[in-house]
Design a protein around this ligand. Structure first.
Ligand code: GLY
Ligand code: MN
Ligand code: MN
Length: 516
């Protein structure tokens, strides 16, 4: 080999080597580089709404909880786990409401500690709260979305002590020194992701070791459980006291959720026609929610025509064609920035209540009106149910539907619960200023009920949302028509959906099969 050809050969070899390096870079490292650069920041401002609860709100909630904790105690909260829907598809993630309330953190695989008193930190400072969060991960973030990570949790949520969850295993606090370690007992329904050694399953397992959690299978019924400082009951009451009383910021969000849900009801009142499917009617409500940026539903939508309305939590919504003679019961709630409404309207599909439908409807309305008269601080929620029951029972006897007080036969549920981050939110048994609650009487007469068959298949629920004020209440959902006249008048109005016509699916399929 001549010197020149030798040097050519070396150049060629170097080129080959470089090109291979370049190929490796393009194939494996460049995507990572791209992800790291494009995902290194958090979402740009224009990617996110700017009216979420502030970090100061969550910090204040933690301070309130700390003040209420018993002496020498620590409260521990776990994020909700990711739930699998089927195969490699998970359900859309929803944070545990307590966890969200106290942190603002919307990701899984996290654990929060709130200490009554300060602890010494390794660097000589002290702290009274600490949050372990899932780490940033460029590849995972490309698949499943942005993460705050340790830094984002510090910067955006205001935690001074935030660490990657892989650090939790090494978190070295002697839990035996507390008088109480408060947490919710585990339901043992969290799956392990074998590829992640600090997912919820592992964090819970590591916590159990740290606090010497007595696994139930080890406790023989004849033997007293070992004495320990673990309190799995106290947290619920503490959180109910806090979460039941809404702050101004929470009320603003609930007001949005309620107004959006009312607008859904109004639009359906205008748009509904005999022959629509329950699903299509559900879709109009939910389209309105999305139009107003409600990110979720507070609970699965209930849209039941005729006797389907007798199923209290009917969520099949399968009926392909609602009939002109039926009532349709629609119980839906938009969830706006975590907070949910819970509103039910029952309307005649053809726009006019029949005499029997009207009699039942007005009885339910009367029950609700009577309960509203006593809705104020100090009233027991149960008293609202008792009031509605008395009205309904009297009315049903007068209509000849029941003979005497046949308790709960056609009205088997309570009428008042708190709403907030949960649709059945935490809160006290007695109403207090700044509670947000429902009043929701109903009458449900199934087919073949022991009464004249003219009543069969009539199901009515009227559910409204209220803010309890100093001397009474503010009716948050009052813009959704409620009386017979208001509903019938609204149903005469035109809707933006009147001309919303899509092609027939069979025709589309035929076309696609024929290739035209
Ligand atoms: N939507 C459930 C309830 O009314 O409580
Ligand atoms: Mn309700
Ligand atoms: Mn409801």
């Amino acid at each position: 080999m001549k010197p020149s050809s030798k040097s050519n050969f070396i150049v060629c070899l170097a080129c080959l080597y470089l090109s291979q390096l370049l190929q490796i870079f393009m194939k494996f490292l460049f995507p990572v580089f791209l992800i790291l650069t494009s995902f290194s920041g958090l979402a740009q401002d224009s990617d996110l709404p700017n009216d979420f609860l502030s970090k100061d709100f969550h910090k204040d909630r933690r301070e309130q909880l700390r003040a209420a904790l018993p002496q020498n105690s620590v409260a521990v909260f776990f994020a909700n786990p990711v739930r699998n829907r089927a195969n490699d598809v998970d359900f859309v993630y929803h944070q545990d409401p307590d966890f969200y309330y106290l942190t603002g953190y919307k990701e899984p695989d996290a654990v929060l500690f709130i200490f009554k008193d300060k602890l010494a930190a390794a660097n000589g400072t002290s702290y009274d709260e600490i949050l372990f969060v899932q780490p940033r991960n460029a590849l995972r973030e490309m698949w499943t979305g942005r993460r705050l990570g340790e830094k984002g949790t510090k910067d955006l949520l205001g935690f001074e002590q935030a660490f990657n969850n892989s650090e939790f295993k090494r978190y070295n606090v002697d839990f035996s020194k507390f008088d109480k370690v408060l947490f919710y007992d585990f339901k043992n329904d969290v799956r392990d992701n074998p590829k992640d050694s600090s997912d919820m399953y592992d964090l819970i397992a590591q916590f159990k070791v740290k606090v010497k959690y007595p696994e139930k299978k080890n406790i023989s019924l004849s033997v007293e459980p070992p004495k320990n400082n673990l309190d799995m009951n106290g947290l619920n009451e503490l959180m109910a006291k806090l979460r039941g009383i809404k702050t101004k910021d929470e009320i603003d969000l609930i007001r949005n959720a309620v107004s959006i849900s009312c607008l859904g009801q109004i639009e359906v009142m205008k748009a509904i026609k005999p022959g629509m499917s329950e699903r299509e009617i559900q879709g109009i409500h939910e389209f309105v929610y999305k139009k107003y940026q409600a990110e979720d539903l507070g609970y699965p939508s209930i849209v039941g025509a005729g006797h389907n309305g007798c199923i209290l939590h009917y969520t099949d919504n399968y009926k392909p064609s609602v009939s002109s003679k039926e009532l349709i019961l629609m119980d839906l709630g938009a969830e706006f920035h975590g907070y949910t409404a819970d509103i039910t309207r029952t309307i005649p599909v053809n726009g006019k209540f029949s005499p029997e439908q009207k009699q039942i409807y007005e009885l339910v309305l009367k029950a609700q009106e009577e309960a509203m008269k006593i809705a104020k601080p100090g009233t027991l929620r149960q008293a609202l149910t008792d009031t509605c029951r008395a009205v309904v029972n009297r009315g049903l006897i007068q209509l000849g539907i029941i003979k005497k007080d046949e308790k709960h036969l056609y009205f088997p549920h309570g009428v008042c619960h708190h709403i907030g981050l949960d649709v059945h939110d935490k809160g006290g048994a007695s109403l207090e200023e700044n509670n947000t609650v429902t009043i929701e009487p109903g009458i449900y007469i199934p087919d073949n009920a022991a009464c004249d068959k003219k009543w069969w298949g009539i199901a009515v629920r009227i559910e409204d949302d209220y803010l309890i004020t100093k001397n009474g209440y503010e009716h948050l959902s009052k813009i959704a028509p409620r009386t017979v006249k208001e509903i019938e008048d609204m149903m005469k109005q035109p809707s933006v959906f009147d001309n919303f016509d899509l092609p027939n699916l069979k025709t589309v399929n035929e076309k696609s099969k024929s290739g035209n």
